[in-house]
Design a binder for this molecule. Structure first.
Ligand SMILES: [Zn+2]
Length: 113
């Protein structure tokens, strides 16, 4: 198994502990995933408002495509992931049951009046 020293923390780690990089010598980034996550999370915290604004602007400019893509991805997720399917099914059944219960309560109120 090939290993590499991280450029940030200096610890020797397996190549699977590094994110891929197509033009790098070993095909991976110089810093390990752990160090990369720290940098990314720090950057996000410092630029949170800017990043959110940028995402929001993109969404508003490309709303139809975004909605279309979300629907497609949600369908794919439900098709490929059993947990998602079970969760949605339970949510739907619970909603229907509660809706019917509410109807019964309203119906009973009118009957007793
Ligand atoms: Zn590191």
């Amino acid at each position: 198994m090939k290993t590499k020293h991280c450029s940030k923390c200096g610890i020797e780690k397996e190549l699977s502990e590094f994110y891929k990089h197509p033009t790098a010598k070993l095909g991976v980034r110089p810093d390990c995933k752990e160090c990369r996550r720290k940098v990314s999370s720090k950057f996000y915290k410092e630029n949170k408002i800017k990043i959110r604004q940028k995402h929001n602007d993109y969404y508003l400019e490309n709303k139809p495509q975004c909605i279309k893509r979300n629907i497609k991805n949600n369908r794919l997720r439900a098709r490929n992931n059993l947990n998602v399917r079970i969760l949605r099914n339970c949510r739907s059944r619970l909603y229907t049951a509660l809706k019917n219960e509410r109807k019964k309560i309203i119906f009973n109120k009118f009957i007793r009046m």
